[in-house]
Design a binder for this molecule. Structure first.
Ligand SMILES: Nc1nc2c(c(=O)[nH]1)N=C([C@H](O)[C@H](O)COP(=O)(O)OP(=O)(O)OP(=O)(O)O)CN2
Ligand SMILES: [Zn+2]
Length: 144
């Protein structure tokens, strides 16, 4: 059970929703700066996703918790993150560091939220890679 207090982003919205999840995945960072992390290794990642908005959908949801989980968990659980198209395709020039994976998760979620008429916003992705290491990605401004 994930139970942790996360940093709260500053925002003007009436509703703020948070979804916790974890997933198991492998990665490697092909850069000399990464030291032993250049070798393939695995983590149980913990993610906390924060969504904000002023309007709810017809079912009274800002966003269905299950939909957020599906977007991330289905894509990354029990995978080699380097093989995800975001990292392996021609446009995938970045390495799957905690920082970059947090930002990619934000992009995946916000792309979905942008299809919803009531336009919720992903305000923060908190991504823990190890018991002692985590990163928070917050967009500078909301997408219009
Ligand atoms: N800024 C970043 N630094 C490092 C990243 C990263 O994604 N961003 N990643 C790694 C490794 O991939 C590793 O998985 C995590 O490293 P680390 O925190 O050193 O893990 P430990 O469990 O060994 O930490 P201890 O606190 O020393 O036990 C490296 N750096
Ligand atoms: Zn790692």
């Amino acid at each position: 059970m994930i139970q942790q207090i996360y940093p709260v982003p500053d925002h003007p919205y009436e509703y703020e929703l948070n979804k916790d999840m974890h997933f198991a995945a492998a990665h490697y960072i092909p850069h000399v700066e990464a030291g032993s992390c250049q070798e393939v290794h695995g983590h149980t990642y913990f993610a906390n996703i924060t969504i904000g908005g002023d309007r709810l959908d017809d079912s009274g949801f800002l966003i269905n918790f299950q939909h957020i989980k599906k977007l991330i968990h289905k894509r990354f659980d029990h995978t080699m993150i380097n093989e995800d198209e975001r990292f392996s395709s021609e446009r995938g020039t970045e390495f799957p560091t905690t920082e970059v994976v947090a930002k990619v998760m934000w992009e995946i979620i916000q792309d979905h939220l942008d299809t919803l008429p009531h336009r919720p916003q992903c305000l923060q992705v908190f991504l823990r890679e190890t018991p002692t290491s985590y990163c928070i990605y917050r967009p500078k401004r909301k997408r219009s």
